[in-house]
Design a protein around this ligand. Structure first.
Ligand code: ADP
Ligand code: MG
Length: 707
């Protein structure tokens, strides 16, 4: 992609099925200067990256219109208005077709109406088939066989055989099916739009002492915005003045309001309740957490599950194969086997008609979007259909301890200087080294040092040792802060330090040793509280039938065992370096199958990446977690986890049901049509009903309950 390239997003009316996508692909391939394109059936949008020097926007739009579809540039995603049905030509045609059909049907029963019913049936076919025929023919001109064309051929064939009533019924049922399918798919699509409507369009900005209302897009980083009570927060930021409670359920799915004071993060789309807040903007409108959530739902189609790929591949071969089969059925028996022409021609038509199904092509993406949109409403963000699928197959769950099963807000409980050392000095050294670390334990040490009013001395040569501790120099002297592993060389032969550590750890505390290269200066013990919801969450995870729940931690064995016992996990592995966690994930996979790794992202990123599904906790506001995890839980609430995993499973089952049902219908209808047991109208009716059923089944995922 060149630097001059532009991107446009087009809404393509009529892109309803895999078949139309193939058509668009063909057109895009035929144009010069198109770098890449991405069609999305669900949102009916096409994103095109092109070189404006080589190809104009208008040319792209025109190319699409040659297929019979209608393309228009998407300006504002949120403001796409729905057009009332009587203003949609297709709907008007459908209604007219139905009406003409009904009148003809009644007239037929009245004696002496002559050719009137026939004329009315013909008119019904003409208005009903106009749009499908136009699109079908244009598709054919591009060299793509379209399902609509199959249907129009079916109707034309029925007329050729003198079955006027059947032809009209066919056209009507097909078009009605189309409209109902579009409506059902639109329901999933509207769930995305509902998310977009959460974002306020304007922000009250304070500039040069004045308050002005400005569009959110024009707000800069570092600007101060004012959020009054009862208003929605327009952009992500940090509170710089005021205090309030904020309903964050739109982001985190958490219904309890969160207290916000100076220094706290607030998110666009959440609702300020009581007090006024001054907020310093930290994210531009297109980068807010909510924008990312919306994006992830919109993009759910882009990162495809294997089912989605299957559906698309199936559609690609299925339609031409059916067309070929229909031609063979029509031609071979009369020409080579001396059979009469019209019954075989009729069977060919039935075959065409029963194979006009979008059920498979549509139900899979609808299921993915419905599930992902449902999750977004509950504060769970999926990276596309692929993550949904992987999560649905998870057999075993691995948890990081600190910050995941526990609060990750450890407090210093004991300070045990070695014989000749001074406690305050030990704490001061540890705090100085930890001042550069991002580990939750470091924070505990620093907090304690501040409480005791100890100065934090400057350090040099800081080095973090993930999973073990950290090292740095103070006034040229090298100090190490961390777990037993870092001091093994000083602990030979039953030293009192080792015993003290053992005693503290069996109470579930984590110990931090502080020392120079040659001497241990003291021990700092830290306790981290279990999250109150951890035992319940672990229990529900077991209840939905997940294999062993395993805790992976860098902490010592005794601490780990104490925490594991309280949380209810099945297994625990302790003393693991980040690489060890990766190994553990691999080993779990080879024993049980798909592994999900749940972490807070602090030095467990490698294990999360190794797992089939990496799940990040408390992701709201931490951009990295949202970017790297397959599933991000916006809140810290572990109870989202059983919800998300149950939803994923249900989605995978739902998709499987729909694939099996769609294939079964084809497997039944096609042979039935071949042997001539089914007529045109019942064939199409069964086919349309089955398509609607699978789509409606997929839509049920929108209503999956959380908690
Ligand atoms: P967990 O697996 O529980 O999240 P980590 O892998 O983050 O734990 O760390 C494992 C162990 O390494 C900690 O329990 C602690 O003993 C030690 N450690 C890691 N980083 C630090 C640090 N900055 N200061 C002190 N100790 C640390
Ligand atoms: Mg951790």
């Amino acid at each position: 992609m060149g630097s001059q390239d532009e991107t446009i997003t087009l809404r393509v009316e009529g892109m309803d099925c895999a078949n139309e996508v193939a058509l668009i692909e063909k057109k895009m391939k035929g144009l010069e200067g198109i770098a890449s394109w991405r069609p999305d059936l669900m949102t009916q949008q096409l994103t095109v990256i092109f070189a404006p020097a080589a190809v104009k926007r208008e040319a792209i739009i025109k190319a699409i219109e040659q297929t019979g579809m209608k393309a228009s540039v998407v300006l504002d995603r949120a403001s796409q208005q729905s057009v009332p049905w009587w203003k949609q030509a297709q709907m008007v045609c459908l209604a007219a077709c139905g009406l003409l059909f009904a009148v003809a049907f009644v007239l037929e029963k009245v004696p002496g109406t002559g050719v009137m019913p026939k004329i009315l049936y013909a008119a019904a076919v003409a208005v009903g088939a106009y749009y499908p025929a136009r699109m079908g023919v244009r598709a054919l001109l591009t060299g793509v066989l379209n399902i609509r064309l199959l249907m129009v051929c079916g109707a034309a064939g029925a007329i050729a055989l003198g079955h006027w009533e059947e032809a009209a019924m066919l056209v009507f049922i097909y078009s009605l099916g189309d409209v109902l399918e579009a409506y059902a798919v639109g329901k999933a699509r509207r769930s995305i739009r509902a998310l977009m409507e959460l974002v306020p369009k304007e922000a009250l900005l304070r500039r040069d002492g004045q308050e002005i209302l400005a569009p959110v897009e024009s707000v800069h980083l570092g600007d101060t915005i004012i959020v009054r009570p009862g208003e929605k927060v327009p952009l992500d930021g940090v509170v710089s003045a005021g205090g309030s409670t904020v309903d964050q359920s739109s982001i985190t799915g958490e219904s309890l309001p969160a207290a916000k004071g100076v220094g706290d993060q607030v998110f666009a789309g959440t609702i300020n309740q009581r007090g006024a807040l001054d907020v310093r903007v930290t994210h531009l409108a297109e980068d807010t957490t909510l924008a990312r959530i919306i994006h992830s739902v919109e993009e759910a189609q882009a990162r495809k599950s294997s089912y989605q790929r299957f559906g698309e591949r199936f559609g690609k071969y299925y339609t031409p194969a059916m067309f070929l089969l229909a031609i063979l059925v029509t031609v071979v028996p009369p020409v080579f086997l001396g059979q009469p022409f019209s019954p075989w021609f009729y069977r060919g038509l039935v075959l065409l008609v029963v194979s006009c199904s979008c059920g498979l092509a549509l139900s899979v993406p609808v299921a993915v979007v419905a599930a992902v949109a449902n999750a977004a409403r509950h504060g769970v963000l999926y990276k596309g259909g692929a993550s949904l699928e992987a999560a649905g197959k998870v057999r075993v769950l691995a948890f990081d301890k600190t910050g995941t099963l526990t609060l990750g807000q450890p407090v210093v409980t004991d300070l045990l200087p070695a014989d000749s050392a001074d406690g305050r000095e030990v704490l001061s050294i540890a705090a100085a080294v930890e001042s550069r670390s991002e580990h939750p334990l470091a924070e505990a040490v620093l907090r304690r040092a501040r409480e005791e009013n100890l100065p934090i001395r400057p350090v040099t040569d800081f080095e973090a040792m993930p999973g073990s501790g950290a090292r740095a120099k103070i006034d040229g002297v090298s100090y190490t802060v961390g777990n037993l592993r870092l001091f093994e060389h000083l602990l030979a032969g039953g030293s009192p330090t080792a015993e003290r550590v053992a005693a503290l750890e069996s109470e579930g505390k984590t110990t931090i040793l502080v020392g120079t290269d040659g001497r241990i200066l003291g021990i700092i013990a830290v306790a981290d509280q279990m999250r109150s919801e951890t035992p319940a969450a672990v229990k529900s995870l077991k209840a939905i039938g997940l294999g062993p729940i395993v805790m992976l931690t860098g902490d010592g064995e005794r601490t780990a065992k104490a925490v594991a016992g309280l949380s209810g996990v099945d297994e625990c592995r302790s003393g693991l370096l980040p690489e060890g966690k990766v190994q553990a994930v691999r080993e779990l996979r080879s024993r049980f199958g798909h592994v999900a790794m749940v972490g807070d992202g602090v030095n467990d990123a490698p294990a999360m990446a190794e797992a089939d599904v990496g799940i990040a906790m408390g992701a709201a506001g931490t951009d990295v977690a949202i970017e790297t995890a397959d599933i991000a839980l916006m809140s810290d609430d572990l109870r989202r986890l059983p919800y998300a995993l149950a939803l994923s499973r249900r989605a995978v089952n739902n998709i499987k049901q729909n694939i099996v049902a769609s294939l079964a219908i084809v497997a039944i209808l096609v042979p039935t049509a071949l042997v001539g047991w089914i007529g045109l109208v019942p064939g199409l009716l069964l086919n349309e009903i089955s398509a609607l059923i699978v789509i409606l089944n997929a839509l049920r995922l929108l209503n999956h309950k959380g908690g």
